[in-house]
Design a protein around this ligand. Structure first.
Ligand code: FEC
Length: 293
């Protein structure tokens, strides 16, 4: 059966002028406070995204490398920007695919994140091809080993992080937090870490409680416990984007400076051949092709 892959990511505005429309898409039509929009534009401006974005290039590199790894056509589709997931689905169908593997560049499942990608892809395919959707890949050995190599032999306290979500997901039985803690535990074990913890990051001002602790508060409590050096290892993201380059590299770094702490973060996997190899394993499994890795 002819197959193709739809590789999905959150999406990022290509230029500063795109930010209002991009934010509108994220909010799903719900109102946006003008000060929140101004703040978001400013964050992108300070990352140097005036006329073009270096962030989307990483997804394209990953796509091309995964296509070479699998020997199958791979199309990228963004949840909140272009090319849309629906565009990628059409491209997959146009390539003649009867089976489509759907893979998100975010390892942990939540009804508030991955399920939304799935809905968009299902709707776009509209049963014109068989969908093999990967719900999560948070405990994939290649992913765990890659991160373990990034934190092994550090003397610093390792803080694993991931995007926060509204706290109501826990009452709804969502596996998100458990999967994040499991990735963190597996990485810590593989790297032989003794000093590590987990915190959320990138909470949005939506007016409801989000999962905590937030990294900024967490840094304060670590400092109070006598921790002087931290190494941040984001497990809920795989590439350099706003949440890494701003929320960690600017905001958390500033907080650590205030507290007199030494602050570093791991190099993100981005299009690292080992991440691409792992994604290949996950896709082959989904398509039930014997894995060579
Ligand atoms: O680099 C970039 O340009 C895009 C970076 C980016 C990533 C990302 C990943 C996740 N988000 C998740 C959940 C939410 C929820 C809301 C929300 C809001 C934003 C805003 C921006 C943004 N997110 Fe994001 N997210 C990224 C960027 N996110 C910008 C809007 C401004 C702001 O709040 O700062 C709240 C929506 C609402 O208002 O109702 C919920 C989750 C992930 C990780 C999984 C994934 O990648 O899909 C979960 C990257």
């Amino acid at each position: 059966m002819k197959a193709a892959v739809v590789l999905m990511a959150y999406g990022s505005p290509e230029r500063l002028a795109d930010v209002p429309a991009y934010y509108t898409d994220i909010r799903g039509g719900r109102p946006i406070a003008p000060e929140n929009l101004a703040d978001l534009v400013e964050r992108y401006r300070r990352l140097g995204i005036e006329d073009s974005s270096p962030l989307n290039a990483i997804t394209e590199q990953t796509r091309a490398a995964l296509e070479a790894e699998l020997g199958l056509p791979v199309f990228t589709g963004m949840k909140h920007w272009t090319p849309r997931i629906a565009d990628a689905a059409e491209a997959a169908l146009a390539s003649g695919a009867e089976q489509v593997a759907g893979l998100v560049l975010a390892p942990h499942f939540s009804a508030l994140s991955i399920a939304g990608y799935r809905e968009q892809l299902e709707a776009a395919l509209d049963r014109r091809a068989e969908l093999r959707f990967v719900e999560s890949w948070y405990d994939e050995p290649g992913f765990v080993e890659l991160l373990a190599d990034r934190v092994r032999r550090t003397d610093a306290h390792v803080v694993f992080t991931a995007h926060s979500l509204p706290a109501r997901i826990i009452d709804a039985g969502d596996p998100y937090r458990e999967q994040l803690l499991e990735t963190s535990r597996l990485v810590a074990e593989a790297a032989g870490l003794t000093a590590w913890s987990f915190s959320f990051q990138s909470e949005s001002p939506t007016g409801e409680p989000w999962l905590g602790p937030d990294i900024l508060d967490h840094l304060e409590s670590l400092r109070q416990q006598g921790v002087e050096r931290v190494l941040v290892c984001p497990v809920g993201f795989v590439s350099d984007h706003l949440e890494i380059r701003w929320d960690l590299d600017v905001e958390a770094q500033e907080k650590a400076d205030e507290l007199g702490m030494q602050f570093e973060r791991i190099e993100m996997p981005n299009a690292d051949p080992r991440l691409v190899g792992t994604l290949g394993v996950v896709v082959r499994r989904a398509l039930s092709v014997p894995s060579v890795a």
